[in-house]
Structure formats: C-alpha cells, structure tokens
Design a protein around this ligand. Structure first.
Ligand code: AHR
Length: 501
C-alpha cells in the first residue's frame, strides 16, 4: 500500500535565497583524484592542457560553481611555492606517497577556468605561516611585487583572481599535520587573516572549524571581523580498515539528517557568538562515505593497495544518492547560513565521477547534482510537510525515526517556475505526495525527473553505466491547488512546474 504525505506550500512566503555555491566540489591530491582523475596528460582523452575532456564536460554539466583545492590533509604540509614554476617531485607526508607536483596553482586556476568554476584555495595552516598564506594571495591576485612577477614568468600575465580562501584544514584534529590548540589557532587565524586581507581586501576568508563553542569563540573573538566563512566537514560512514564499505541501506539512511543537525549546531554557535548573519557556513568537505585510507594514523608503511577499494563502483548506490539529496535539501532549508558546500571529492575516491582509461562512469550521486543544479531554483518557499516516518538503525545499533519523504519548494524569481525536490527515503515503500497551496484553477504542464535504480543497491559501472539514471515524465496537472505526485521507493525527484500566467 502506498504511503501518503501532504506538502502545503505558502507561495507568498519566501524563506530565503539559495547560494548556488552549495553545489560545489572538492579536489585533493589523494589517490586518483588529481593525477589519473581530472589531470592526465598521457591519456588519449586529455586536452592540450592535460585535463580529461570527459571529466571537464561532466563537471560543466552539473554547473560546478566552485572547486576547493588542494586538500584536505594534504594541504597541511603543502609547500605551494614548490608547486609553481620549476617542479620537483617530493614526498607527501599526509598520504606517504611521492607527489609528482606537476599540478599546482597555475594548473588549478586553468582547470577552474575550463570548468567555469570559482577557485577556492585552502591554505597550509599546519606547517605554513601567515607569510606563506599571504604570499599565495599575492601570487594569485596582485599586479605588483615579487610573487606577481613570478606568476607572470610562469605564463599567467593577468591575476588569477582567486576570491575564496580558507585558513587551514581540520587543524583542530590530532591527525592533521601542524594541529593546533584553540589558543594557538586563534592567534594564527588573526595573523593570517590580517596579512591575507592586507594583500587583497576583496577576498573572502574561511577558517577550519568544528561545532565546538570553545574553538570558535577563541578564533572569532580574535579575528571574527576579518572573516567571512566558517568551514565545517562531515562524513557519516567509514570504510573498514580492510577496505570494506558499509552496505545496509537502512543503516546508511538512518544518518540522512545528521548533516542538518550539524548545520544547526554551528548556526547556534554563530548566534551565541554574535556572528549569525555575518559569517556563513562553507560545508567544504562532505559525503556520506569517508575515504578509505587504512593506517592513516599509524607509523610505518601506508597500505596504498587498500586505497583502491575507493574505486569499486558497486560501493556507491541509491543510499548515496538519497543521502546526497537530503544533504542538499538541508542546505536549501538553511540557505540563510549555508552559502557553500563542496562534495568530497569531485572525481574518483568516493566522488560522483569515476575515471577509467577509456571514459568515465557517472555514479548515482552525479545524477542528484544534475537534478538539483539544473532543475531547482534560487528562491526557497515556505512549506509544511506531513509525512509518515519509519525506524532505521545505524550500524552502531542506534535507532532513528526517519521521515519517509523530504521536500523543498524552490522558485525562479524571474519566471515564477517551481522546482520541488522530493526524496523518498524508504527502501521498499512508494509514497504519494499531495501538493496543495499553489492557487486555485489553472492547469499546468509539469515534468517529473527522477533518479532511481531498480534496487537500493543499484549502481553504475563501466559495463552498466545507466543502471541508475534520470527518467523524465510529463504530467498534466488538472488543478494546481491540489494534486498528487507519486514517488517510488529510494528515489530522488524534482518536479518542475511552469508558472500559470
Ligand atoms: O579522508 C579524507 C580526508 O578527510 C581529508 O583529507 C580531510 O580533510 C578529511 O579528514
């Protein structure tokens, strides 16, 4: 029997405006993300700059607005000055591999230009100094000085105009090289922010953060007025040390609203510290799945072969797609405070695009980005959803009541067209959603686009690239004031409705 939900829309009440940067991505020097991922000069699929044409085209298709780079843990010992001009491979202490070092700042800026994305550089606040960080801003954005001259000598006559910068990556964590206490962090942030903004006051600056009052209170008290963003991260399912990814659909879906809880805690912290409305959240690394890198904290040899488990496409299925849609819905709901998010990562590992020698596979999460980036709109309308819930248990045995349907109503302010995101989280039961409130009379042509596969564990791979894909149905809606849309189990849809004139 079909479950039933009701979505009441208040079209005259706009909750806020979405920042398109929530559809951003992240790229780290890790495994096959950069080398063999987006950058592969030896590949027959590479363009004249060494970028994989198929990857660039896919990133353009989902209108990637911003790319964060170069890490991640990698950045906390990254010597950016060795990554411009003459290049020498060096030992990467984060992932314990040789870094070829052929992809640096100039290549990253070119990649962003090809994709049409804003570059977002995360600086080294581990072993790096405020001087290194501000020199990096000079290299990218100034017309004068030693570093601008070096950039010109390296072939970039014009400034690279990097607007988004972040001080550090996860420097609160013991795993990070150059980890800091809250007091050390606050001083470093003040000095780095001051110097970076003296070089270019137009930049927007984030700091590595967590939902912790003390960590934020100290940094914001020192440097809050120099900052624009608080950067937070989240991964909700870890691969085991022998490279096995979590499988149970319900276990994974039990976590679908944890990102929203994290957003709310940071929002409260910003409020408590008097920075709500001044700083926004950049959720600049997120994914349901954590990356597989066993022995990360152990000394001795890192087991690189096990990292190949990240490349097994069957690990990424409808649970990933549904979780991703719920994450994006949470950002839309909290558009007053979440201004950027970066899916981690863009290519390979646990990302939305997988590369192989002769092409790419678009994983289920890619299609969710396609739906949201191309069919949801800027204005978030007020709505109230009544939905049944079901019980799901995390692998730790924690029971969660999960709403079966999640929905957000978006509108294009120019045309009045609507894009309603509808996520059915249940693994087996369909749900019909009655949609009310769009005004009496009128009849509208509607299109329902749905990401789905034939089972919760459906996935795409080289020999089955479209097992999960977007299907499109035209619907004729007789009465816009009250109509019903059916959502199949484990599906992500966007209902597009044209405005009635
Ligand atoms: O597992 C990948 C790592 O996750 C990123 O490098 C880091 O920023 C995060 O802890």
């Amino acid at each position: 029997m079909n479950q039933k939900a009701v979505l009441d829309i208040l079209p005259d009440h706009v909750n806020g405006t979405r920042d398109f940067m929530i559809f951003g991505h992240f790229l780290e020097h890790f495994h096959r993300q950069v080398y063999g991922g987006v950058y592969d000069p030896g590949s027959h699929l590479a363009d004249e700059n060494g970028f994989r044409r198929d990857v660039i085209e896919a990133l353009r298709r989902i209108r990637t607005p911003v790319i964060r780079w170069p890490g991640g843990c990698f950045v906390s010992a990254y010597p950016w000055k060795k990554g411009v001009g003459r290049r020498v491979p060096y030992y990467d202490k984060a992932w314990r591999v040789e870094e070829p070092n052929t992809f640096g700042t100039d290549e990253f800026a070119r990649l962003c230009r090809e994709v049409g994305a804003e570059p977002f550089i995360c600086t080294n606040a581990g072993t790096g100094s405020p001087e290194d960080m501000s020199d990096w801003v000079e290299y990218c954005n100034l017309e004068i000085g030693e570093w601008a001259a070096q950039r010109r000598a390296n072939g970039n006559d014009q400034p690279l105009n990097v607007r988004y910068w972040s001080i550090g990556n996860e420097n609160y964590g013991a795993w990070e090289m150059g980890a800091k206490t809250a007091d050390e962090w606050a001083r470093l942030v003040l000095e780095a922010a001051k110097m970076m903004k003296r070089v270019d006051h137009r930049i927007e600056l984030a700091i590595a953060s967590i939902p912790d009052l003390d960590w934020n209170a100290k940094a914001l008290r020192e440097a809050g007025d120099l900052l624009d963003w608080i950067s937070i991260h989240g991964y909700w399912s870890r691969a085991s040390d022998d490279g096995v990814f979590e499988k149970g659909y319900d276990n994974l879906i039990a976590r679908a609203f944890e990102p929203e809880a994290r957003i709310v805690s940071v929002k409260h912290i910003l409020g408590a510290l008097g920075y709500l409305g001044k700083l926004r959240i950049a959720f600049d690394e997120w994914n349901l799945r954590g990356w597989c890198h066993p022995n990360f904290m152990a000394f001795g040899a890192a087991d690189h072969a096990l990292m190949d488990a990240n490349d097994i496409n069957s690990n990424y299925n409808m649970a990933d797609a549904v979780f991703t849609a719920c994450f994006l819905n949470s950002c839309l709901r909290h558009c007053d405070v979440v201004g950027m998010a970066n899916f981690s990562p863009a290519v390979n590992t646990v990302g939305a695009i997988f590369t192989h020698a002769d092409g790419i596979v678009l994983r289920p999460t890619f299609h969710v980005f396609d739906l949201f980036a191309n069919h949801s709109y800027e204005e978030i309308l007020h709505s109230a959803l009544r939905t049944p819930a079901f019980e799901a248990k995390t692998v730790e045995g924690e029971s969660q009541s999960v709403p079966q349907l999640d929905a957000v109503v978006t509108r294009d302010p120019a045309s009045g067209n609507l894009g309603i995101t509808l996520v059915n989280l249940h693994g087996a039961a369909a749900i019909s959603c009655r949609i009310r409130g769009l005004g009496a009379g009128g009849c509208s042509e509607a299109t329902l686009r749905t990401v789905n596969g034939d089972a919760v564990d459906a996935y795409n791979d080289v020999d089955q690239p479209d097992a999960v894909s977007i299907s499109e149905h035209r619907l004729t809606i007789g009465d816009m004031a009250d109509f019903i849309v059916d959502c199949p189990p484990h599906s992500v849809s966007v209902l597009s409705l044209s405005a009635i004139n």
